[in-house]
Design a protein around this ligand. Sequence first.
Ligand code: BGC
Length: 316
Amino acid sequence: MAFDGMSCRLGRGISFGNALDAPREGDAGFRLHERYFAEVRDAGFDTVRLPVRWSAHAGGSSPYTISPALFERVDWAIGEALRRDLNIVLNVHHYDELNDAPRGQRPRFLGLWRQIAARYAGWPGRLYFELLNEPRGAMTAGAWNELIPLALAVIRERDPGRAVIVGPARMNDIGALPELELPDDDRLVVTVHYYAPLEFTHQGAPWRAGADQWLGTTWGDDADRRAVSDDLARAASWAAARGRPLFIGEFGCYERAGLAAREQWTRFVRLEAERLGLSWCYWEFGTDFGAFDPARNSWREPLRDALTGDGNPLAG
Ligand code: BGC
């Protein structure tokens, strides 16, 4: 099992975002290919994260049957990762209806996990489950703390040994960690997402209102770096105090910041995470945060190097 108490072996990861988390694969202009798993392995990553929008492929009433075609695609992706000795993190992504109506959607959310856990029970320990990407909106810390043990119980009934990843409310923000209540379960990994400062990482992002006004925001002076170090250290000490491994499950910088600036921020965050002994997962592989350019079928070398190159913190 890829898990041993305090440490977790997720190491260095990258998300295959905007593939199976789009309403339909391909809707966001990106599809998974076998060769991408090989690229990730060859570049030196240990882990892929596979965001999946199960809610767009499941029935609306009990037993909320997940489409066999989606399950087959996910089986394939997990298999591609496992046969290359990559860990794979499988999550529930973009379940917007749940964030809008946590109580009303509860049976369906649990129904999805019932099916996912049953299907993958017995699969290798390199497969990790992540309960829900970025709880937000009406999924407040209170609502989320109610739901976590219920979802975990559904999983544990079918797959007692599986490592399960869970993050705080407010979009997995580090600042929301103090409100996260963890069930007594020794196979839990805590996750947070890191995009600070948002004005830098999300400048020009079309889905953030006002993000065009952030265009031109720079990053990298001493105070900027200190802020990153302090944020990550705060998260690391929260997890250490509770005896949990911490996984920076997403961090990254949208394409409009420019490649050189993205490289600098990405390298610094990655090296700080590693200095603190945290595993991490870059957002994302092949679209608008992409470290890889599918059109040229090659890595954006500065980002690839920032993620898996020999790290010199002073060069970043
Ligand atoms: C979302 C993406 C978004 C990214 C950065 C992810 O959790 O699913 O749509 O691009 O965060 O904001």
